[in-house]
Structure formats: C-alpha cells, structure tokens
Design a protein around this ligand. Sequence first.
Ligand code: SOE
Length: 379
Amino acid sequence: MPQPSRRPLGVAMIGYSFMGRAHSQAWRTVSSAFDVPAVARRVIVGRDETAVAEASGRLGWEEHATDWRAVLDRDDIDIIDICTPGSLHAEIAIAALEAGKHVLCEKPLANDTAEAEAMTEAATAAAARGQIAALGFTYRRVPALALARQLVESGRLGTIRQAKAAYLQDWLADPESPMSWRLRKETAGSGALGDIASHAIDQIQHLTGQRATAVRGRLATLVPQRPGPDGPEAVTVDDAAWATLELDGGAIASVEVSRMATGAKNRLTVELYGTDGALRFDLENPNELWFLDATLPIAEQGFSRVLVTEPEHPYLEAWWPQGHVLGWENAFSNQARDLLLAIDGTAEYSPGFADGLALQKVLDAIIASDAADGRTITL
Ligand code: SOE
C-alpha cells in the first residue's frame, strides 16, 4: 500500500498517443495551477521502443520503457495512468491495483461488462488498502459542466423530467480514412458507442443524479470497410448509435452519437429540462453554459449565457484572472488535481470503477437492444 511520503508521487503512464499527450500535459501543468502534492513524470510506457523514446522526450518524461509489468515492481511509482486501447485496460488496471498502485484509467472502463466487473472487484479490494481507482470521464471537469452539476444539486432545475445528450464528430466522415484500433471490436470493444456515447451517458447520469434502469438502442456501421495496412479491412464496430434511457428518478433521456456527422467537429451537447429550470451546453463553445430560470414570470424567461470564466466557477480560481477562457486540455489538469487530492485524502474522487461498471452495463444493454431490433432492455 502506498505510504504518505515527502518525495513527489511517481507517475507511470502507459500509452503515448492522443490520450497520452493529453494526460502528459495534465501531469506537466497540474502543480503549477493547483495546490496539490508534487508529482514526478517518471516513466512513459509503450510497445514500440523507438516511438516511445521519441514521445518521452517530446512529452517531458524522465524515462521510457516497453514493459509495463516491470514498471509495476518499482517503488518510485505510485500512480499508473492507463491511456491504452480498451482491450488492455482490465489486465493493466488489475495488475497495478494488486501491485499496490493508485490507478487512473481512461474511459470507457472496459470493453465489456465481464472485464468491468473484474476491475471493480480489484478496485474494491484496493480501496480497503487505501488505494484510489479513478476513471477518466474528463468532461465532468469542464468548468461549465461542473457548474451545471452544481446548479442541479442546488435545486435550480427542480425535478428533471427530460435530458438529451448528443456527441457528434466527423473525423470518420471520409470513407477513405484508414483503419485504426478504434474501428476494431477486439481492441475497442465497440465504436462510437463506447468511445463517445459513454461520455454522453455519463453526463446524463452524473448531471441528473439519476441512473438508467431501462434502455432501447440502435447501432449503425455506415462505412463497413476501410483501407487497412494489408488492403481493405472490415469495420467491426458501430459508426453511430442512438438510445433512449429510462432513469430511476423518473426522467427520460435521449442519446445520439456519430463519428461521421459531417461538419460536427467535437460536438458534445447536453440539455436538461426540469420543473424549475433548464440548461444547455455545447463543447464547441466550452466556456458557456446556458441557463433558464423557469421560476421567473413567463414574460421574463429566456436562456441566459453564463460565461464560465470567473473565480467563483468550478476550477477557475486556479487558472487565469477573471474573464479568461480555458480550453479542452484544462479539464485533464483539473482531473489530475482531483485525483491527487483524493490520494492525499483531502477529497473524494468520482467516477470510480463501480461507476464505470454501471455505465458499461448500459452500453452492453444498448448492444443487446440493437441485436433484439430495438427491444427495451431492463438493467
Ligand atoms: C475520439 O473520438 C475521442 O478522442 C474520444 O476518445 C475522447 O474521449 C473524446 O474526448 C474526444 O474524442
């Protein structure tokens, strides 16, 4: 079990591409923005020696390695940060927790419910030893979405009756765009569903404070074949997904996601409608939250734009003077802050692996519903 110590907490990060870059900048910036325990970016791990050596220098790590198991044996490593394809999450996370490390795992937790269950079991045992098993649904730490949560928690929306979340991207709109691990079931588990519907569903459940109890879903693979390393290769995951969720607090939610929505760049939108108010958010304008106070006289009601740039807003005090906007990457630093405070014992971190398991069950239920022609699946 990791002991409190004065030396910086040693981080080992497994994976070095897109998410590895995002997490690297978080570990690089977290102590300059926030009052948190010091961290050392000890080692970055990847299978390709040349590529990981290059990434290590570029992203500012002390060392690189190709064997993640050997890294788990090191006493100067306290945190294992998993930024690999989903197919490796379970094996690495379980081994890291058993080795006494804290773990931060990228979303979605796993590629299926069975893996997520094994990970949650390991996390529960590790929690009893004082270890943190954190899941990286980073958008919870976008200040405007954290503010949305505060408004819901303080009752400003009243009872939420309806929620709508969409996550539309277009990076796969070109049918010639090549195969990658994200398009293969054996590495990604699913396509747009696990990659981005996971964010949309996490936002719905987190913001409303309500859990899905029944789902109906449809999946579509719109470009069934793409250029692979050895010629045309079949796409084995979904490109787009749709679902309706019944939530345990009585609300109904709809979800729509696609990685082929021409012109939508990285458009996570969330809308909440309650008895006393409503909220709207769009990740393409991440510093804005739109709020409607339905307790005002009807003649005075309208959505107002809250520019989420003030020290009074979540996470903002640590960044720039009032009025200065943040970007997509700041949420990763905010996430690293929350994890370090949890390791320090001064705050709780969520979501944990049990939340990831609950979400994985929703994803698997959507797959099951699609396979059953859209039938309702009860959770
Ligand atoms: C790719 O679709 C992706 O990078 C997701 O995997 C991330 O979680 C999301 O933040 C942006 O899009």
